[in-house]
Design a protein around this ligand. Structure first.
Ligand code: KG4
Ligand code: ZN
Length: 366
């Protein structure tokens, strides 16, 4: 009698989600499994194409996403040795952001999801930033989130996936936007944050007294446009001849010190408010591009230590825009069955807490 043959084992495929990020000026794609393992990722920045304009040009951004997205997706699929049929879901940023770029990523995700017969996950970019700390540090709900990027500056309590309570937002500019505008004014190029941080490290933060917006005021909102204007007027008073390297460094250091003093004051107030209404909150998570700033992390480290909170700052590559955070947000939503229909829209605006009071001048960012 022939021996019973052992049935051939098909390798178990991990539940992998493809994530696509195209909301601004970075094309990011990644494959992430249900445990948060990154199987492959690729990121293509467009900084050089926007640099001559001192900011992101929406039409250029959308075109640049089209040019590289297919190749990046093929690259990560090949690197992980997977086909579209192996995916558990396809996630793409659906908003908020620049509508042309959003459409490029979302339509691509819809096509892949439809061909492979897999669920679509239309991701809120801000939710992806918010949930990144759960991938990197397994942070449990609820937690307090400081989201500081080029387009957003908000304090939110993250109660769960899809459940956010906004405590504060900016009345005018986002903090990253203020860094970018100040860098442009000082001729430091785009994006401004890294350049200002570098120069500030060599400068004297006390040389120029700049306003600390809303410091000591009630509430948790932010404002940075007055600080930016004060710096512009100071630069005009000094005149171009005074803008030597050491003076530029002192200007950057003084600007950064004022901005972070204001940011920490507002965050401290949010911690006190959180303590009263959400006593389970024990962690402050920082997300968004500005979270890559080491000086900010040090100052927030002191603030959270004073209040007995843990501080979680994901690594810089996961703080700035990337495909991993979109794939991970897709995993979080897929786990809860929160999939989206093929006609899910791209949304230029998409607040995380729709019930939050609108704030004068902050409609686009809220
Ligand atoms: O999250 P992000 O990549 O894109 C969105 O705005 O969604 O953030 C980019 C922003 C830019 O404004 C950039 O100047 C700022 O983050 N940024 C920084 C630093 N690195 C990036 N700001 C301050 N210090 C940094 N080291
Ligand atoms: Zn972002």
């Amino acid at each position: 009698m022939a021996a019973l043959s052992t049935p051939e084992r098909t390798p178990v495929k991990p539940r992998v989600v493809l994530g696509i990020e195209t909301s601004c000026d970075d094309t990011g794609v990644a494959l992430v499994d249900a445990d948060g393992r990154v199987l492959a990722q690729a990121l293509h920045g467009q900084t050089a194409r926007h640099q001559p304009f001192g900011g992101v040009v929406p039409e250029i951004a959308a075109r640049a996403h089209v040019e590289v997205l297919d190749r990046l997706i093929a690259g990560v699929m090949a690197e992980a040795g997977l086909s579209f049929k192996d995916l558990a879901g396809v996630a793409a940023t659906a908003g908020p952001g620049l509508i042309g770029g959003l459409l490029v990523g979302l339509i691509t995700a819809k096509a892949i999801a439809s061909v492979a017969g897999r669920p679509l996950l239309a991701i809120n970019h801000l939710e992806a930033h918010a949930l990144t700390a759960r991938l990197t540090d397994r942070v449990a709900f609820p937690y307090l989130l400081l989201l500081v990027s080029g387009g957003h500056c908000q304090l939110l309590v993250v109660e769960g996936v899809g459940r956010y309570r906004r405590l504060g937002t900016t009345l005018d500019d986002a903090l990253g936007e203020a860094f970018d505008k100040v860098a442009k004014l000082l001729g430091l190029g785009y994006p401004g944050g890294p350049a200002i941080e570098r120069l500030a490290g060599e400068g004297d933060p006390k040389r120029f007294a700049l306003p600390r917006p809303l410091l000591g005021e009630p509430g948790c909102h932010f404002s940075f446009s007055g600080l930016k204007t004060a710096l512009r007027q100071l630069v005009e008073r000094l005149g171009p001849a005074a803008l030597t390297q050491p003076t530029l460094a002192d200007l950057c250091a003084s600007f950064q010190a004022a901005a972070f003093a204001s940011l920490c004051d507002r965050t401290g107030r949010a911690i006190l408010r959180t303590r009263a209404a959400w006593p389970d909150v024990s962690t402050l998570v920082v997300a968004g591009g500005v979270a890559a700033n080491r000086r900010l992390a040090a100052e927030l480290g002191r603030l959270t230590a004073d209040h007995g909170l843990a501080l979680v700052v994901p690594p810089p590559a996961l703080c700035t825009d990337n495909g991993v955070m979109i794939a991970w947000a897709g995993q979080e939503r897929l786990r809860l069955g929160l999939t989206d229909p093929q006609d899910a829209p791209a949304r230029a605006r998409w607040p995380l807490d729709p019930a939050a009071e609108p704030v004068l001048g902050a409609g686009v960012k809220a």
